[in-house]
Design a protein around this ligand. Structure first.
Ligand SMILES: Nc1ncnc2c1ncn2[C@@H]1O[C@H](COP(=O)(O)OP(=O)(O)OP(=O)(O)O)[C@@H](O)[C@H]1O
Ligand SMILES: [Mg+2]
Length: 240
């Protein structure tokens, strides 16, 4: 089987990218895979949420040609932290294919790239290194707009025959069907993007609490609604 290399992107901030990236990593590790989360966010949230040292050498060092040791967050679950060094001139000057080259020798069953909000040169490194993209949006129109920008970039790259993700889905994140905006989102996306798979992650306090307690989701609350949603996403990634 081809190694899944999954970019989790949204362009917009705060829509649940890191929660999806870390939750999915925990689900896949729980299935016996060796999973590496590559954090591309200067905020370095993924390492923190997974209970490791978010200030340890990580993705910036990898992109600088070094070999940082991924931090172990659980059985089969590893993370390369992000951090402020990702905003350095040397990283900004990289070729968009440099992350793809840097991760090629790493020996994991699955790679998950957690993209930052807004910072397009870092997001692009992930979209190019990935073969699958999960494009997250919550129900807010600004988030839908951000997801649309990522989808346009993915489609354009594919049309031009460029390296990068060749398969993608929308992740409808933090969905609470008691809210009218959330009720409308699925229909709206189905109309705008009829051929793109839509995967739902409900609003679930277990997802927020796992992060707050700095524990991998499947260790914290494996039977939660959020865990079930992420298991369905893992299934789409693995079998789609
Ligand atoms: N499905 C969910 N249910 C409940 N809370 C959630 C869910 N997804 C995310 N959250 C909460 O929303 C907040 C933002 O989530 P997260 O950090 O994953 O977003 P992000 O898109 O990675 O943000 P950033 O753009 O800053 O990187 C966090 O407090 C997180 O716990
Ligand atoms: Mg994040």
């Amino acid at each position: 089987m081809i190694q899944p290399r999954i970019a989790v992107a949204a362009r917009k901030g705060g829509v649940g990218k890191t929660t999806v990236a870390c939750g999915l990593a925990s689900v896949l590790a729980n299935l016996g895979k060796r999973v590496l989360v590559v954090d591309l966010d200067p905020q370095s949230n993924a390492g923190y949420l997974l209970g490791t040292d978010p200030t340890a050498p990580g993705t910036a060092e990898l992109l600088s040609g070094n070999s940082p040791t991924p931090l172990e967050a659980g059985l089969g679950l590893y993370v390369l932290p992000g951090g402020p060094d990702l905003t350095g001139h040397n990283i900004q000057a990289l070729d968009p294919e440099d992350l793809a080259d840097a991760v090629a020798p790493l020996d994991y069953d699955v790679l998950i790239f957690d993209c930052p909000p807004g910072v397009e040169y870092l997001e692009r490194l992930a979209l190019v290194a990935a073969n699958v993209a999960l494009v997250c949006t919550d129900a807010h129109p600004l988030a839908v707009m951000g997801a649309g920008r990522v989808l346009s970039e993915l489609k354009l790259r594919q049309q031009k025959g460029r390296k990068g993700a060749s398969r993608w889905a929308l992740v409808l994140s933090k969905i609470d069907l008691r809210r009218s905006m959330d009720q409308a989102l699925d229909k709206q996306l189905a109309l705008t993007y009829p051929s793109i798979e839509r995967l739902i992650v409900h609003q679930d306090s277990a997802l927020a609490w796992a992060g707050a307690e700095r524990m991998p989701l499947m260790q914290y609350e494996p039977t939660s609604k959020g865990a079930k949603d992420l298991q369905a996403i893992a299934h789409w990634v693995s079998n789609g």
